[in-house]
Design a protein around this ligand. Structure first.
Ligand code: GCW
Length: 718
């Protein structure tokens, strides 16, 4: 009895000692928290991990060994003894056949060198049962080490493992829209991580943690600079800084890329033109690229936004996008670098539907690009809206590798405060069927290269990372970085399983916690769609900073930046007619898709107003009129946020105070802003439809002019 009491007292003291530490979780550790594993898992894992045999004779293998050491120490209290060779049952053997000859003897059938894949499997070495993490290349070993840690972080068994992983996509990229003054375009998580002023001398330890987090997902490339590019980043002074970053990231398998400002030969090169047909211009780029490779021998390549939203480009000289891309590609080819050329182009001067312009511009160029060019296509044809149908370019350029670009940052989904898990949005576009080669021609198959046999493949996420202590501006926004990375590795994963993993690693594995948080996450993005842009509406956000609703806005420098251009509400109805009777954007899709989207009766209601101008009195599947349905959807969105708030409150005992409080506060902001979106949009659309609020639903809290008078001159992220 006495012993038991003493034991309990000690436990209590221990709890009191650790409690304040446990409470002070600020999110810095992301999903790599490595908190102690509870029983019975801890005992089980210890039996499988008695010894660590992990040679560290390259730059990357030590990163793997260090991560395992750190992870196991955190998860199990102590790390297994390090040894040169297996001498016990339960050894963990980590390496390449080159670094560990015993792995060569095992005939493991490793994924091919260069594939970045790995195996994790149980085996017998010298009569001992062991667990092996092995790959042909060092980087695969690091990825495998993170995978093993994830298994433990999510309480998966380690016995009798037989895992083989190969990434489906080659270039798994983050795009930072970071400026040299450390501001971040559409960034809501503080300043840019890159401390250009102190580079190259000072390597902020955060760069290493950034690299670890990315490597844990398999992200293998980062574009350091904004696509709205600054030629100064190509000056030697800045190349030296980029080289220092490249050096810090290299052991984690992350290659550095830069954005190229098309007018750089003029702006920093002293030339009078940037015409890609001009010999001096071509030579300037050749020399510049050679110079970059002197600083960064494994430089990845250049990302380019040209002739888009005021950026210079080849069309300034009457040349095509292919002419521009090929000039840069020629300069990069000798070094193995690539050009990622964005297709996000549209012109105000052209009277055509903005949604059609990228397709019209690029499809005729199919087959004209050098083989180290990839075209980078946004998930939808407009601009990262809460919901867009897949971009019609996917599947339409069989001879040009298309990579996909999604936003991880939530420019149009509530900035940092709204809880919107984007996994379902990414999944939706990856699984969308282009029908370009019959049924099953999904966007995932386009970008993983399997549909058209692309030799190069890629996917990019516009990063949501900044100097905020929690990296992403909110705890839940970390999940979007995580989900992007996991889907980039394997586009067939389910958003829900990814959420489950992430919650386990980030908040804890208590079954109620995981189930309930995953439920919240899974409905969160649809909620945003509902309270911002239901039924296929799009681009209703405020002008410029994009914070909040402004569906009434019709002025400004260009019509295709205004909500009225996109929603087209009038006394008769609402929506953009992109069917054959309108802009006929539907014709850019394969016939079965075009037939479905183009037919008012068959188009999924989620895309209804994207493709059709529909009378207010139109009967929806619910039996309601379109107007009533619209008000219902707006209301439903707000209701879901209210539910999320309540659910999160109930989870308080299962989440550390600090993170719980912040999420709770952000949910309060979200509820307030969701209501603002709903009420402002309903007040405005009602002024056009002249229809009553359906019975039982609340009218907007304020009259329309109240919402119209709101101003936010310093809203972030511009
Ligand atoms: O979504 C829009 C953003 C711009 C961005 C542009 C783009 C980098 O509002 O800030 O510019 O897209 O993707 O080029």
């Amino acid at each position: 009895m006495a012993a038991e009491r003493a034991h309990r007292a000690i436990c209590l003291i221990f709890l009191l000692l650790v409690a304040p530490v446990a409470a002070a979780e600020d999110g810095y550790d992301l999903w790599l928290r490595y908190k102690p594993v509870e029983e019975p898992w801890a005992t089980r894992y210890r039996a499988t991990l008695t010894q660590l045999v992990a040679p560290a004779d390259s730059a990357t293998l030590p990163a793997a060994a260090t991560e395992l050491d750190r992870g196991l120490r955190g998860l199990l209290g102590t790390a297994p003894d390090r040894a040169d060779r297996v001498s016990r049952d339960g050894a963990l053997v980590v390496g390449t056949p080159r670094s560990l000859p015993v792995l060569a003897e095992l005939k493991l059938q490793l994924p091919a060198p260069g594939s970045q894949g790995y195996v994790i499997r149980s085996a017998t070495v010298d009569g001992h049962s062991v667990l092996i993490v092995a790959a042909a290349d060092d980087i695969g070993v690091l990825y495998g080490a993170f995978h093993l840690l994830r298994l433990m972080q999510t309480r998966q068994p380690l016995e009798r493992l037989e895992l083989r992983e190969v990434p489906a996509i080659q270039l798994r990229m983050l795009n930072h829209w970071d400026n040299l003054d450390r501001s971040v375009e559409r960034g809501y998580a503080g300043q840019s991580l890159w401390d250009w002023h102190k580079l190259p001398d000072y390597i902020d330890p955060r760069y290493i943690d950034y690299a670890r987090a990315n490597a844990s997902l398999g992200i293998n490339g980062t574009v350091l600079t904004n696509v709205n590019a600054n030629a100064v980043s190509l000056r030697p002074q800045y190349l030296q800084k980029a080289a220092a970053l490249a050096g810090a990231l290299r052991p984690y398998g992350i290659r550095v890329f830069l954005t190229a400002r098309f007018a750089a030969p003029m702006e920093i090169g002293g030339l009078r033109t940037a015409d890609p047909a001009d010999q001096a211009v071509r030579q300037w780029w050749e020399a510049k690229v050679a110079e970059i490779y002197r600083y960064i021998p494994d430089f990845g390549g250049l990302l380019v936004k040209a002739n888009s939203e005021g950026q210079p480009g080849p069309q300034d000289y009457g040349r095509s996008h292919a002419d521009g891309a090929n000039m840069l590609a020629a300069a990069l080819a000798p070094f193995g670098g690539v050009v990622m050329w964005r297709t996000f182009v549209y012109s105000n001067e052209r009277p055509d539907d903005r949604a059609k312009q990228a397709y019209n511009e690029f499809v005729p160029l199919d087959g004209q690009f050098r083989d180290n060019v990839l075209l980078q296509v946004k998930n939808g044809a407009i601009d990262f809206q809460p919901r867009e149908p897949f971009h019609p370019l996917f599947g339409a350029m069989p001879r040009t590798p298309l990579m996909m670009e999604v936003q991880i940052t939530k420019e149009y989904l509530g900035f940092a405060t709204h809880l919107a898990y984007l996994g379902p949005m990414y999944e939706e576009v990856l699984r969308a069927d282009t029908y370009r080669r019959g049924e099953g021609s999904t966007v995932a198959k386009v970008i993983d290269g399997s549909l058209h046999g692309y030799r190069r493949t890629g996917i990019a996420g516009v990063a949501n990372i900044g100097t905020d202590r929690n990296w992403s501006g909110s705890h839940f926004d970390q999940a979007n970085w995580y989900a992007f990375g996991r889907l980039a590795w394997n586009p067939a994963l389910s958003a829900e399983n990814i959420a489950r993993e992430w919650v386990g690693m980030t908040f804890g594995n208590a079954p109620t916690l995981v189930t309930r948080v995953v439920e919240m996450m899974m409905k969160s993005r649809q909620a945003v769609v509902d309270y911002m842009t239901p039924l296929g509406l799009h681009h209703l956000m405020a002008e410029g900073h994009h914070y909040g609703p402004q569906p009434w806005f019709g002025g400004g420098p260009r019509i295709d930046w205004t909500p009225v251009y996109f929603h087209r509400a009038d006394a008769r109805g609402i929506g953009f007619d992109r069917s054959a009777s309108g802009s006929n954007a539907v014709a850019q899709y394969a016939a079965p898709v075009a037939a479905r989207f183009g037919d008012l009766k068959r188009v999924p209601e989620d895309y209804l107003l994207w493709f059709h101008h529909v009378p207010w009195s139109y009967r929806m599947q619910s039996g309601r009129t379109l107007w009533d349905e619209l008000v219902h959807r707006y209301t439903r969105g707000v209701d879901v946020v209210r539910d999320m708030r309540k659910e999160w409150e109930e989870l308080a005992p299962l989440v550390d105070r600090e993170r719980h409080d912040q999420v709770a506060t952000f949910l309060r902001i979200q509820e307030h802003e969701a209501l603002w979106w709903r009420d402002a949009c309903i007040a405005y659309f009602q002024s056009i439809s002249q229809r009553p609020i359906p019975p039982g639903l609340q009218p907007p809290e304020h009259p329309l002019d109240y919402y119209q008078a709101l101003e936010f001159p310093y809203a972030p992220g511009h």
